[in-house]
Write a protein that binds this ligand. Structure first.
Ligand SMILES: NC(=O)C1=CN([C@@H]2O[C@H](COP(=O)(O)OP(=O)(O)OC[C@H]3O[C@@H](n4cnc5c(N)ncnc54)[C@H](OP(=O)(O)O)[C@@H]3O)[C@@H](O)[C@H]2O)C=CC1
Ligand SMILES: O=C(O)C1=NCCCC1
Length: 316
């Protein structure tokens, strides 16, 4: 009944997760009445950064209900802890409880990959696809999961890693040295190699902007994962507000309430990720000169997708 982080990692198929994520995000953005997801609750402890989060949702169409309960204690390691519970929505039976750290990390990185497919790969010509450069900023749990998922699902020409504490980037590079020989370390964020990156994933708990317009190239795609509070941000206002930037989010409702970059810059959101799925008009409109930003805050239907994929794989 309880599946720990190792069982989650072993049994959660990324291609299946990508498919189910795409389906639930599509139906979420279409306001499909069979999918119910209220705004998550974030209860702060003593007005500090530590918090208890609750993310529930019901999917009558697929026949499941899910609730993820996690703590976020940024000064602890791991920062996130908790469990995901999956239920049958026809008879109310509890089907599975699984480690939330691993589910959160893998569904978040897979949502970023889906955004990269929809926003970057579609605008690239073949040559750019064959020589694509990925950069990951922040080499803790989310950065590590992004490296793992992004390299399992796509072949990158080069990968650059940066972390505030450079040892964390070096450790991550070393953990992957037997599988990936194309990883390099960025010592700082003014390194020219950041400007060569085709895709950048920002996976930090920063409260100050780490990158601005001058540090990135035209047409870059950014997955901004870290911020989920008004006070947090990874991207500067000039990047958020540039007329060359198109901003996509997982949920408009959540992003306007939780994403520091959106709240502080008052940048306009172009669409939800789900609105780009099965939408040829949008794909045709994406221009390779534009910067695309996927601002992810994390929503319950993403945990639901992961829990369903896990449950159905374990049932076989
Ligand atoms: N969008 C989503 O769905 C999700 C978002 N998150 C968020 O993503 C972020 C990273 O999560 P996770 O890896 O689990 O967290 P950890 O606490 O494990 O790691 C924090 C990361 O942020 C970096 N960091 C912290 N402060 C700064 C700063 N001021 N400047 C630059 N880097 C900084 C750390 O770098 P170093 O170690 O080198 O010091 C480290 O890489 C968190 O903010 C988390 O809340 C998490 C889950 C889902
Ligand atoms: O979606 C999630 O799960 C989280 N989002 C922001 C940070 C904590 C976990």
């Amino acid at each position: 009944m309880y599946y720990d982080e190792f069982a989650v990692k072993e049994n959660l198929s990324l291609p299946s997760l990508l498919e189910v994520l795409s389906d639930v995000l599509y139906r979420y953005s279409k306001h499909d009445p069979s999918l119910q997801q209220p705004l998550r609750s974030i209860l702060s402890i003593n007005g500090q950064q530590n918090a208890l989060l609750n993310l529930p949702c019901i999917d009558i169409h697929l026949g499941y209900m899910c609730v993820k309960t996690i703590t976020s204690f940024p000064e602890s390691s791991p920062a996130i802890d908790g469990a995901v519970s999956l239920f049958n929505s026809n008879n109310g039976r509890l089907l599975l409880i699984a480690d939330a750290k691993e589910i959160t990390a893998r569904r978040t990185a897979t949502a970023s990959f889906l955004a990269t497919q929809l926003l970057a790969f579609k605008k690239w010509k073949n040559e750019q696809k064959e020589n694509a450069i990925l950069t990951i900023l922040g080499c803790s749990v989310q950065g590590r999961a992004h490296l793992d998922v992004f390299t399992q699902l796509f072949k990158w020409n080069k990968i650059y890693l940066w972390s505030r504490n450079m040892t964390h980037a070096i450790n991550l590079q070393s953990d992957y040295s037997s599988k990936l020989s194309n990883i390099e370390i960025l010592k700082d964020l003014n390194d020219n190699r950041l400007q060569q990156s085709d895709v950048i994933c920002t996976c930090t708990a920063s409260e100050e902007a780490l990158i601005g317009l001058k540090q990135v190239k035209k047409g870059v795609h950014i997955n901004a994962v870290g911020s989920f509070r008004e006070t947090m941000r990874e991207l500067a206002d000039d990047l958020m507000l540039s007329s060359d930037t198109q901003i996509i989010v997982d949920s408009k409702e959540s992003a306007m309430k939780e994403a520091g970059e959106i709240i502080q810059s008052k940048a306009k959101i172009m669409a939800e990720l789900g609105e780009l799925i099965h939408n040829d008009k949008f794909s045709n409109d994406i221009c390779n000169e534009k910067i695309t930003i996927f601002k992810s805050v994390g929503i319950a239907v993403e945990d639901l997708a992961a829990a369903i994929v896990l449950y159905e794989s374990l049932k076989k």
